[in-house]
Write a protein that binds this ligand. Structure first.
Ligand SMILES: NC(=O)CC[C@H](N)C(=O)O
Length: 332
């Protein structure tokens, strides 16, 4: 038989490591209670597809994920993937910010080896818990030749998604993770990954971002658009020292007049402004709903606000030139 691939599972918490009061508890359980060795022990089938090692990196619910956690995680992933005896990595993660961590790693991991993020929508104690099969599929994917060079992947519910494009679409059902507009990459079925497409955007070893020497990241925040909006939150974030603002605008990233005035003032103070949308699908066109050339704003292309926040954060570690940053939004 072929030698098994070496896969390290980095556990960070979430529902996949959660437990509830009874087998029918699917909401109101406690996330991040079960350790990595117990997660691995619960799926003896893992030993058939990879030589698995576990590491407990954090034990948190993913709503508590921070830039600091991301720096720690990215550095650990890069250290492990530089080792000849690590072929791939699986990261178990809460689902609430899983797409954000995936995209952060997609931009900062310096390796073509597979990195797969996985979570669960039901705690391990629930009837039809989805964690064990999701973990099995993720390890199988991370151990596969097919996953090499595909960028950071997200695997839940027998499906494979690209980090840049996947999003959580449902608060509680196991089919929550989707890539609605650009399409998922493939399936895992019958102990095999099947890929049908790949993201065309640069990732991992092909990006210009390097966090290896960074101990902190620039502050970037999001302001939400809605009818009757006022600029109070935006102004408070700028006053608190935000170096970048993502505007999660209504529709095609349009700007309500009082917010537009405040964004222009923030830009004049040096704050980078990215126009994104709360809609969740479609392109935010440069010079569409606002004249970005004139205002010196950046358009988010198809990135949702939480992913635009990650790209702007990393962009600000390289440059404050808005044209350079716009180029990055069309590259990654
Ligand atoms: N399904 C989940 O993983 C959600 C649990 C928790 N809120 C988290 O994101 O970690």
């Amino acid at each position: 038989a072929d030698k098994l691939a070496h896969v390290t599972i980095l556990a960070t918490g979430g529902t996949i490591a959660g437990s509830g009061a009874s087998s029918t508890t699917t909401v109101g359980y406690t996330a991040a209670t079960v350790g990595v060795n117990q997660l691995i022990a619960a799926v003896p089938e893992l030993a058939k597809v990879a030589d698995v090692k576990g590491e407990q990196v954090f034990q948190i619910a993913s709503e508590n994920m921070t830039n600091q956690h991301w720096l720690t995680l990215a550095k650990r992933v890069n250290t492990l993937l530089a080792q000849a005896d690590v072929d791939g990595i699986v990261i178990t993660h809460g689902t609430d910010t899983l797409e954000e961590t995936a995209y952060f790693l997609d931009l900062t991991v310096k390796s073509k080896k597979p990195v797969v993020l996985v979570g669960a929508m039901r705690p391990g104690t629930a009837l039809s818990a989805d964690g064990p099969i999701n973990l099995y599929n993720a390890v199988l994917l991370a151990a596969s030749q097919e996953a090499i060079g595909k960028g950071v992947l997200v695997a839940l519910n027998d499906q494979i998604h690209a980090a840049r494009e996947v999003t959580k679409t449902n608060t509680s059902t196991p089919d929550s993770f989707k890539t609605p507009e650009l399409g998922m990459l493939g399936y895992i079925q019958g102990n095999k990954p099947y890929f049908y497409r790949a993201s065309t955007r640069k990732n991992t070893a092909d990006t210009e971002f390097d966090v290896s020497k960074l101990d902190s990241l620039p502050q970037v925040d999001i302001v939400y658009g809605y009818a009757n909006v006022n600029p109070v939150a935006l102004n408070a974030l700028v006053a608190a020292g935000a170096r970048g603002i993502i505007h999660a605008g209504v529709g095609d990233g349009s700007l309500a007049a009082p917010v537009k005035t405040a964004l222009i003032a923030a830009r004049k103070q040096g704050v980078l402004i990215v126009r994104s949308s709360r809609v969740g699908q479609g392109i935010i066109a440069r010079n569409g709903e606002a004249n970005d050339d004139e205002l010196d704003f950046v358009a988010s292309d198809t990135l949702n606000p939480q992913k635009a926040r990650i790209l702007l954060t990393l962009a600000l570690t390289r440059t404050t030139d808005s044209k350079e940053i716009q180029r990055m939004f069309y590259t990654y």
